[in-house]
Ligand binder design. Sequence first.
Ligand code: 5GP
Ligand code: ZN
Length: 311
Amino acid sequence: MTDVLVSTPLDEARLAFRDELLESGMLVATSVPGIYGRSGDFERIVTGLDTLLGESFASLGATVLRFPPVYPRADFERTDYIASFPDLSGIVSSFEDGDREHRELLAAREDGHAWDGWLKPADVVLTNAICHPLYATLEGTLPEGGSVHDLSGYGFRHEPSNDPMRLQSFRMREFVFAGTPDAAQLYRDTWLDTSVAVLASLGLAVDAVPANDPFFGRAGKMLVSAQLRENLKVEIIVPLYGDLHEGTAIASANCQRDHLTAAFDIRTTDGEIAHGACIAFGMERTALALLRTHGMRLDAWPVDVRALLGL
Ligand code: 5GP
Ligand code: ZN
């Protein structure tokens, strides 16, 4: 990694972990930071974790729903994501014109010029948080007692980084509740405890801490302070680099209040706007935290951890 400028001991520790992952073949680098291929062993960890989470949350009786990694741009508009996180967003563009414009594109490309100006935003965007496509389908009145969904899929966040824990495209497993405000708060708190217990059972040194999102710009600073003040987001963190860093979030438990439910006009049976709450697990981050904690050789992991993950 001689081509990368190393500025702090933490950067150095992250690069050393990245090198270890690449050298062991767990991850395969591409030319873009934060985009990796994953090995068979890495996928075995993710599959084991997916199964364990399904079992741990089974008593929720959640409705299973899977969406592709893109969703309608019209729904993205309603989430307001572009206002809070323009820098993390990703829009899909494609070619929609005729032969003449195609010839112009090819000529520009041939001359070594930018050709993407000939593409136009399509009607889909990359999904940033996998609960957003769900909320878009819940418009109207929820069933009595609210709804619970089990989601899994890829999220995209444009955050190129050499930290192997910060990927641009990664999988999440989410358990999402929508219902009355009290029920949403209770759901978040109850299932946060379950999540901490499941992750601790895998030998991870987890801690639950109040958290804030990287809202963009000056207006975003106010959203950050509200999020912290009202304890809307709790993250489950694991220390990976000793004293150099307090820990990286491998899961989060969110009270979304009426943020998305109002945008999509989702109501409870009493006609009020519902509240949403979600528990989100980062699949790659959790697998990486396990590798950092237990080592690169799965057959040398503690027997109880291997049993829990079916390894
Ligand atoms: P959140 O919506 O809370 O930001 O993200 C949910 C979960 O996705 C986080 O707790 C974390 O486990 C995972 N996650 C968030 N950002 C990243 C990232 O940049 N890389 C990876 N690998 N996982 C992430
Ligand atoms: Zn969510």
